[in-house]
Design a protein around this ligand. Structure first.
Ligand code: AMP
Length: 209
């Protein structure tokens, strides 16, 4: 069965962390729209400049911009045998556009308590290599994988997080119902330990749950 996977979940639910592990296990590309946009910001591209003005406010980048980027990305050769989308779609409009490009075989909703999300994001630290950590479980300020100094995402600061959570509730949470209605939604409990959540997701993907 094709593994055309979508990860859903609030900011801080652990989508990126889990997506990294799952994409390695199944040998499918991990496609994160947030990572793509941040790379563009770093390189100073036109897309990056446009995206930054929205990201800094905790708002979503316009659907047509994101859909264009993802349409091109999903046509690349490495997506032939499946893919894992992390952070896309984020609106019903994006989900409808995605349905025109490809068929999603499974949408996994990583469910977390809203209180936990705020604490997780406040303590989140990132590395340029793509790793992410939390101050409570990783007190060091350098990356275990590459040794670079960790940093806090600008949009992980408290003022922006509030806006992102509101945007999630209003624009992204309706996707749970959207994929549920298509019969491809599975929930996993994102409050468990990282490794336990990974195991749950693997069970779901392998059809054992
Ligand atoms: P993330 O790393 O997934 O939390 O994304 C960081 C920010 O990038 C979001 O808060 C949005 O501003 C923007 N972004 C990422 N993915 C999308 C998307 N699918 N649609 C619109 N904006 C997005």
């Amino acid at each position: 069965m094709m593994k055309n996977l979508v990860f859903l979940g609030a900011p801080g639910a652990g989508k990126g962390t889990q997506a990294k592990r799952i994409s390695e296990k199944y040998g499918i590309p991990h496609i994160s729209t947030g990572d793509i946009l941040r790379a563009n910001i770093k390189e100073g591209t036109e897309l990056g400049k446009l995206a930054k003005s929205y990201i800094d406010k905790g708002l979503l980048v316009p659907d047509e911009v994101i859909v264009k980027v993802m349409d091109a990305r999903l046509k690349e050769a490495d997506c032939k045998n499946g893919y894992l989308l992390d952070g896309f779609p984020r609106t019903i409009e994006q989900a409808k556009a995605l349905d025109k490009i490809t068929n999603v075989t499974l949408a996994i909703n990583i469910a977390v308590d809203s209180d936990a999300v705020v604490a997780r994001i406040a303590g989140r630290r990132m590395c340029v290599c793509g790793e992410s950590y939390h101050v409570s479980t990783h007190p060091s300020d350098v990356c275990d994988k590459c040794g670079a100094k960790l940093y806090q995402r600008d949009d992980d600061k408290e003022e922006t997080v509030k806006a992102r959570l509101e945007v999630y509730e209003k624009q992204t949470a309706p996707l749970i119902e959207y994929y549920s209605a298509k019969g491809v939604l599975k929930d996993v409990d994102g409050m468990k330990d990282v490794a336990e959540v990974t195991d749950e997701i693997i069970k779901v993907i392998d059809g054992n749950r």
